[in-house]
Design a protein around this ligand. Structure first.
Ligand SMILES: Nc1ncnc2c1ncn2[C@@H]1O[C@H](COP(=O)(O)OP(=O)(O)OP(=O)(O)O)[C@@H](O)[C@H]1O
Length: 342
């Protein structure tokens, strides 16, 4: 099997407007998404996530750089050539975008009709998909009769219908309540694991990245400020070069705002310790008294990603300078310690 990435961005920028009104929505982004992975992109509103996803299916064109999808340079294609590549990309939307005049089966069948599937094959495929998303009993119902989570499951079945290679999920759970969010995320994860589909999920919700992504890119003002395996990005106590609020929030590292709040009640040396080996860290914390040090946990906690736990604790340490120094050294042997800069 080819090891070429399924999606590759090379120094891609997309600007809108000119002069004073110029906005750089995507700024010199390079990334690659491999076959079979779930790639998450997280950032606040306006970070450039939607523009990035639209560059993948050719709805936007870069102002600079190139975008390759499924081995073809999509950014260099004429409109007419895009149809074929787009037929191999499914998309799930925040607002579901279902056809209200069609029932559930009709919505799922739609892309198959467009792709020219014959009726018997279409019907068999729709049945298979509704089974997969757990809505076999809702085939003849209409979207307005469904809950938000059910609507999104129809959206996912429709996106998977024509057996695409790539699924783009654009804030797929942002319109849902927490319970339903879990249900939809579990379904996306199954689509990846059981059907082998490559997923690119853009979101402002950490929960989405934590539960389904293998790798994550943190986007801020059009740039990717940090990227890597979710576990590595979330568990590293280091601040990124372009320390961003998103990055701090992702890792549960205190922002300067948090530090000001912490300083309202805690004195002492502030350190962040990584909980990659939580048992070892607890053991050291248990020895604080014998070091002549007292500590207060002022920020952080444990979290879980798709396949591991991680966490960062921020501690305020009190005691003689040398005692605190020795205690920090002991902590550092259990989990990486970083000072909190104020
Ligand atoms: N067609 C356009 N014309 C002008 N500016 C645009 C256009 N599309 C996006 N932008 C601007 O580019 C920046 C990035 O927008 P984008 O929608 O990609 O961000 P986002 O992270 O997806 O945010 P949101 O979640 O709010 O959609 C914003 O400042 C936005 O106003």
């Amino acid at each position: 099997m080819s090891t070429a990435p399924l999606i590759e961005f090379n120094n891609v920028s997309r600007t809108f407007g000119t002069g004073d009104k110029k906005v750089t929505a995507v700024d010199d982004v390079s990334l690659r998404v491999d076959r079979g992975e779930v790639y998450g992109v997280i950032g606040f509103s306006g970070a450039g996530k939607s523009t990035l996803i639209r560059l993948i299916n050719g709805l936007e064109r870069p102002t600079a750089g190139s975008v390759h999808v499924l081995g073809q340079e999509i950014s260099a294609m004429r409109e007419g050539q895009l149809t074929k590549v787009r037929s191999r990309i499914g998309m799930v939307f925040q607002q579901f975008n279902l056809f209200h005049s069609r029932n559930v089966a009709g919505n799922v069948a739609y892309p198959l009709k467009v792709a020219g599937w014959k009726k018997p094959e279409r019907e068999a495929r729709v049945e298979e998909l509704l089974d997969f998303v757990g809505l076999a009993d809702k085939a003849t119902q209409y979207p307005e009769q469904l809950s938000g989570g059910q609507k999104q499951r129809v959206g996912i079945a429709r996106a998977l219908a024509a057996k695409p290679d790539i699924l783009l999920a654009d804030e797929s759970t942002s319109a849902l309540d927490p319970n339903t969010t879990g249900e939809v995320l579990r379904l996306l994860r199954r689509a990846n694991e059981e059907l082998g589909i490559t997923i690119v999920a853009i979101t402002h919700e950490m929960e989405v990245i934590r539960s389904i992504a293998d790798r994550v890119a943190v986007m801020d003002q059009g740039r990717i400020v940090e990227s890597g395996l979710v576990y590595d990005v979330f568990s590293s106590p280091r601040e990124s070069k372009d320390a961003s609020f998103v990055g701090a929030a992702l890792k549960n590292r205190p922002t300067s705002e948090d530090v000001r709040r912490i300083r309202g009640h805690a004195t002492g040396r502030l350190v962040v310790v990584s909980l990659q080996n939580a048992g070892a860290v607890s053991a050291v914390l248990g020895q604080a008294v014998s070091h002549g040090v007292s500590f207060e946990i002022v920020h952080g906690g444990m979290n879980t990603t798709k396949n591991a736990s991680y966490g960062l604790l921020t501690l305020a340490l009190e005691g003689e300078v040398s005692a605190v120094e020795a205690f920090v050294a002991a902590l550092n042997s259990a989990g990486e310690v970083q000072e909190v800069h104020e």
